[in-house]
Design a protein around this ligand. Structure first.
Ligand SMILES: Cc1cc2nc3c(=O)[nH]c(=O)nc-3n(C[C@H](O)[C@H](O)[C@H](O)COP(=O)(O)O)c2cc1C
Length: 335
């Protein structure tokens, strides 16, 4: 399949793996890129620019296909040395960066001078238009369903994607709630040039996380995520667990006066406990509603191949079949 996104990033399939803290290591990024998608290393999971340079080199040893790096600009007590991270990306020869959190405006000159394609993750049309204006090459439009930070507008992708298509000139991918061939075809129908998946890629053989995490994703339903930190305007969609129950109790108690320090224990340092040690009740970690569509733990290649084969079937058989008046089964199940 050829779209503006496959052409922009030099990849075979219009599927991107979004940056994920303590998940987006070289193993996963390389597996996604080797399977024809765009794998992304999560920049800030590497505690220093030197460690990011090593992770990029490790990924390069595992794939000769293009891969990218995620740079997240989120509120933090001490800002990471972003220019040094960008230097490591440039020196590592990486040509794709996924930015997220705040606007990457101040870093655009450095990224562009290095010949890097920038795809900025946005949860609204206005942020997407801003990204276009400051010279981003593409946008990852992240609906309310998404795992991670859905912003504060709460617009799901059935509305957000066609709105983005109406307004944007640069290509965009659909992000949030994407899991299978049905997601991809729906996203393409709504004007996207591909899709970005986060949660779905965690439940794959190559995702370098504890088995408990993968099992928890297979066991969970679409009812098992919850929003936290709304009072701080730093809303995050996470998987319910005992640590999150405690966090929600504190949020209820404090109401509008909630401070980040009140929930420090439930949000700080949680990722290594969950992803490396498999402590599933440790606290808040991002997970999308799409978890309700995850029923197995395939290899990344099996997942991507399945999506592309079934997407073709949906387009050529089901959709063209409707036009040709061929009788179709009422529902569309995928493997
Ligand atoms: C465990 C986890 C960690 C994530 N960490 C980051 C991150 O560090 N930076 C970022 O930009 N997005 C992060 N995300 C968001 C993903 O890149 C992606 O936008 C999101 O998962 C898409 O929604 P989906 O989970 O429904 O596919 C994370 C998502 C998950 C599930």
């Amino acid at each position: 399949m050829k779209t503006a996104i496959t052409e922009m990033f030099g990849i075979e399939h219009p599927i991107i793996q979004g940056g994920m803290h303590y998940v987006g290591f070289a193993e996963l990024a390389a597996a996604v890129s080797n399977a024809g998608g765009l794998g992304i290393i999560t920049g800030l999971t590497q505690k220093t620019p030197e460690l990011l340079a090593k992770e990029i080199a490790r990924c390069r040893d595992m794939t000769d296909k293009p891969f990218g790096v995620n740079l997240t600009f989120l509120p933090s007590f001490t800002a990471p040395p972003y220019p040094e991270y960008i230097a490591a990306i440039k020196e590592g020869g990486v040509k794709a960066v996924e930015t997220a959190g705040r606007s990457p405006e101040q870093y655009m000159p450095a990224l562009k001078a290095a010949g890097i394609k920038v795809i900025h993750k946005c949860t609204s049309v206005r942020h997407s238009l801003k990204a276009e204006k400051i010279g981003c090459d593409a946008v990852s439009v992240d609906g309310f369903e998404c795992g991670g930070h859905p912003g504060e507008d709460d617009i799901p992708n059935m509305i957000l994607l066609p709105r983005a298509a109406d307004e944007l000139k640069i290509p965009f991918v659909a992000s949030g709630g994407m899991a299978d061939a049905r997601s991809l075809v729906a996203a393409l129908s709504m004007g996207a040039a591909g899709m970005n998946m986060g949660t779905r890629f965690i439940a794959t053989k190559e995702a370098p996380v504890h088995e408990n995490v993968k099992k928890a994703l297979v066991a969970a339903s679409e009812l098992d995520t919850v929003l936290v930190m709304r009072a701080l305007r730093n809303t995050e969609r996470v998987l319910k667990n005992r640590g999150v129950d405690h966090l929600l109790e504190i949020e209820r108690e404090k109401g509008a006066s909630l401070k980040i320090a009140d929930i420090h224990e439930q949000v700080a340092g949680v990722y290594p406990k969950v992803m490396l040690d498999g402590e599933m009740d440790a606290g808040a970690w991002s997970c999308g509603m799409v978890v309700g569509l995850i029923h197995d733990i395939p290899t990344v290649k099996e997942l991507i191949d399945r999506i592309m084969v079934e997407a073709e079937q949906i387009i050529r058989q089901r959709l063209v079949g409707f036009l040709d008046g061929v009788e179709q089964s009422k529902t569309m199940k995928v493997a």
